[in-house]
Design a protein around this ligand. Structure first.
Ligand code: SF4
Length: 86
């Protein structure tokens, strides 16, 4: 499956519809992503977006309203939970 097909769902995202600056979802030179996270909270596909960011290990930016450091935390906790069950 091509990357373009994989991201077709993203065409329904608010960030595809709205006009946003580059730093809305990516903290560039210390900029805030607060507005991006607020947009994500209203986005109809934020769960898909968040899941995609975890599945594809997205390193940068706000996906589904969640920043990288929060995704890292969630993954660490998830990996710990898996290791406890083994
Ligand atoms: S959740 Fe946020 S980053 Fe994801 S598609 Fe929606 S607006 Fe864009």
């Amino acid at each position: 499956m091509s990357l373009q097909l994989q991201l077709q769902w993203a065409n329904d995202g608010l960030c595809s519809i709205m006009e946003v600056d580059d730093d809305t979802f990516f903290a560039i030179r210390g900029s805030s992503t607060r507005r991006g996270k607020a947009i994500c909270r209203m986005c109809p596909i934020n769960e898909d977006c968040f899941k995609y960011s975890l599945d594809y290990d997205m390193e940068f930016g706000v996906w589904g309203g969640v920043e990288q450091h929060s995704r890292d935390y969630i993954k660490r906790k998830s990996n710990q939970a898996v290791s406890y069950t083994r």
